[in-house]
Design a protein around this ligand. Structure first.
Ligand SMILES: C[S@@+](CC[C@H](N)C(=O)[O-])C[C@H]1O[C@@H](n2cnc3c(N)ncnc32)[C@H](O)[C@@H]1O
Length: 176
C-alpha cells in the first residue's frame, strides 16, 4: 500500500478480520479509515478488545457475513483478505456457489479501480487468477516463503494484488 502511495485516509476493508490485528497494524502505520468484518461475533468481540488494548479507537469492527453483506458496506478503495477466501472455499456445502458469491460481494463493496489484496494458503497463483481474473487485473505477486521439493520450488502461501477493472463487461452480469 505504501509502494502504491495509497492515501492514508482511503477506506480499507478487512474481509474476515479475525482478531483484528491486521487493522491495528495498519492504524499504527497511519491509515485512518479502517473497517473489519467477520461473521463470528466472538471474533469481533476479541478484535474490539485488541483495539482497546492497543488504543486504536477509530477502527470499526462489525459482524457481517461477507456472502450476504449489508447494503451500507460499499465504497472501499482497498479490500484485504488473509485466509477468508480459503475458509469460504472449504465450506462443505456448495463451495463453488459460495466462491462465486464471494466475487459478487467483492464487486459490490470495492470501488472500480480499487485494490484487492489476497493471501491464501489454499490456492495457487494460477487458481486465484482464474477465480478473480474476470473482473480484476493482477498487478503483482507479493513475496512469500518458498520451499523446494523433488527439485521443484513452490510456495506454501500465495499473496496477490489485484485491481478491480474500471471498464469492460460487468462481472456481476456474468456471475448471475
Ligand atoms: C483463517 S481466518 C483469518 C483471520 C484473519 N484474516 C487473520 O489473518 O488472522 C478466516 C476468518 O474469516 C472469517 N469468515 C469466514 N467466512 C466468513 C464470511 N462468510 N463472512 C465473514 N467472515 C468470514 C472467520 O470467522 C475467520 O475469522
Amino acid at each position: 500500500m505504501e509502494k502504491r502511495r495509497i492515501p492514508r485516509d482511503s477506506p480499507v476493508l478487512d474481509i474476515g478480520s479475525g482478531n483484528g490485528v491486521m487493522l491495528v497494524e495498519l492504524a499504527k502505520s497511519g491509515y485512518t479509515d479502517l473497517t473489519g468484518i467477520d461473521y463470528s461475533p466472538s471474533a469481533i468481540q476479541l478484535s474490539e478488545q485488541v483495539k482497546e488494548k492497543e488504543g486504536m479507537s477509530n477502527i470499526k469492527f462489525q459482524v457481517e457475513d461477507f456472502l450476504a453483506p449489508s447494503a451500507g458496506l460499499s465504497g472501499f478503495e482497498i479490500c484485504i483478505d488473509k485466509g477468508t477466501f480459503d475458509a469460504v472455499s472449504l465450506n462443505p456445502e456448495d463451495a463453488v456457489g459460495k466462491r462465486k458469491q464471494y466475487v459478487r460481494s467483492l464487486c459490490n463493496v470495492l470501488k472500480p479501480g480499487g485494490f484487492f489484496l489476497i493471501t491464501s494458503c489454499n490456492w495457487t497463483k494460477e487458481e486465484l487468477l482464474s477465480e478473480f481474473g474476470e473482473g480484476f487485473e493482477i498487478l503483482e505477486e507479493l513475496p512469500t516463503p518458498k520451499f523446494c521439493f523433488g527439485g521443484r520450488i513452490g510456495n506454501t502461501v500465495t499473496a496477490l494484488v489485484f485491481q478491480r477493472k474500471k471498464v469492460g463487461p460487468c462481472i456481476l452480469d456474468k456471475l448471475n
